[in-house]
Design a binder for this molecule. Structure first.
Ligand SMILES: [Zn+2]
Length: 448
């Protein structure tokens, strides 16, 4: 706990905001008292101030829970825009062949992704690092940015298609995972947590999937895994195991309420029932699914079965964005057009996918994703009014269908500003951008 000079806990007041009040999501005034890093009072009325309070007057702007991006590969920010126009299978091969960052580049690329995420209102990332031997450089960049990070590293021990052979076997990878957990889990006042992450069945053996479940149980953490993303990859996995990916995960004991399944495109009806039966959460990444033509994510079917749906921006090399508002808008629109039902995924349901459903998916012990006493002060402030954000009675609809990350004014995690009134506070953005531009211009090795 961070005490002030007199040994008392820091009091912070967010005053003069407006916010959505669930379950109706009516817009009303909001004032939020934060004690140390946790919300201690939420009131429509003014909260009396004391001389020791840190006061942030948000001047009538909209305060929402910080967005929870439940699947990222932040170091792929260096690959944005250079692997366009490729179907997933070709994109994967091209990126694996060419994406070869140094430790410093891995840190910088992740830092770049963090800046974009923070500036568009994200406060939590569920990061699966894909930075070869430099996973820890990525995690350090997340920790230094001030974001809350539930992190893991992509584990694969099976040669996928024409890809490179694996460098380590299942047992070595699981040892690395255990070391990573020991090194990072609970660090930075619990802002960084670690979970186990076999990358996905197309690149994993039975030994690694079963071992991942055993390790997750031993460490008391969850599982994060890609599921049924590409048509070819899903078909290849079926041929290897003579059953679907989800059925194989069930057979190997992987499924459970602590399991986050990412993508979920090529599901049969039995797969969908299994995901619901085992109470898994799914993370949908529609920008990637459309840009690299993974396919149409059948989220409406899973929604009807009561499955918890969260949203992820995935890696920028495939999605092109870490803007959760853009991603959420696409979830809603694809839900509607894929079912020809304009009522599929209401603004309220979509808003929950980018906030409180993220908590259910990640399963933190610490509470985030809502503005309530006892929850961590992870908050995002959005400029209001604006030409496309006008009139409180339709503001939630405006937020989902009309807003972008560019409307975000301020962001805090654990009651500490990471971005305030348009300025990054933890990171010197201009210095970082100049450094990154220099590295990128020399980075010919990233271009296929
Ligand atoms: Zn991914």
């Amino acid at each position: 706990m961070a005490n002030n000079a007199k040994g008392l806990m820091q009091k912070t007041l967010i005053k003069n905001g407006i916010s959505f009040y669930p379950p109706t999501y009516e817009v009303k005034p909001i004032n939020i008292l934060i004690t140390d890093d946790t919300i201690s009072q939420v009131s429509e009325k003014e909260i009396p101030t004391t001389p020791d309070m840190m006061i942030y007057d948000v001047a009538g702007n909209l305060v929402v829970p910080g967005f929870m991006d439940c699947h990222t590969h932040l170091s792929q920010s260096f690959g944005r825009g250079i692997y366009d126009n490729l179907h997933l299978t070709q994109w994967l091969l091209t990126m694996i062949e060419n994406f070869d960052l140094t430790e410093e580049e891995s840190y910088l690329a992740t830092q770049l992704g963090c800046i974009e995420a923070i500036k568009s209102g994200t406060t939590t990332v569920a990061e699966m690092t894909t930075a070869g031997p430099y996973h820890e450089a990525c995690i350090q960049a997340i920790a230094d940015s001030g974001l809350r990070g539930d992190v893991c590293m992509a584990l694969g021990d099976f040669q996928e298609g024409d890809g490179p052979p694996p460098e380590k076997n299942a047992s070595q990878l699981l040892d690395d995972m255990r070391d990573l957990h020991q090194q990072w889990h609970g660090k930075y006042d619990d802002r960084i947590t670690v979970r186990v992450s076999p990358v996905g069945l197309p690149a994993c053996t039975e030994e690694l999937i079963r071992g991942s479940r055993d390790l997750a149980n031993e460490l008391g953490v969850g599982i994060h895994i890609h599921n049924c993303e590409g048509d070819t990859e899903t078909a290849n996995a079926y041929d290897r195991f003579n059953m679907s990916e989800v059925e194989t995960y069930e057979k190997f004991g992987l499924l459970g309420p602590d399991c986050q399944l990412v993508h979920n495109i090529w599901l049969n009806d039995h797969d969908k029932e299994l995901i619901a039966e085992y109470n898994c959460s799914v993370v949908t990444c529609p920008s990637t699914n459309t840009k690299v033509t993974d396919g149409m994510p059948p989220m409406p079917d899973l929604h009807k079965l009561g499955v918890n749906i969260a949203i992820g921006c995935d890696g920028e090399s495939s999605s092109g964005t870490y803007d959760m508002l853009q991603e959420a808008r696409l979830v809603a629109l694809l839900g509607k057009v894929s079912t020809m039902n304009a009522a599929m995924f209401t603004a309220e349901e979509t808003y929950e996918m980018m906030t409180k459903n993220g908590l259910e998916a990640i399963g933190f012990d610490t509470k985030v994703g809502e503005i309530k006493p006892g929850y961590k002060a992870d908050l995002t402030v959005i400029k209001y009014p604006a030409p496309h954000l006008i009139d409180e009675t339709r503001l939630l609809s405006n937020l989902i269908y009309s807003a972008t990350g560019g409307d975000v004014l301020s962001v805090m995690v654990d009651g500490k500003p990471l971005y305030w009134n348009g300025e990054m506070t933890q990171i010197d953005e201009q210095v970082v951008l100049a450094h990154i531009l220099d590295v990128m211009r020399k980075g010919k090795h990233l271009i296929p």
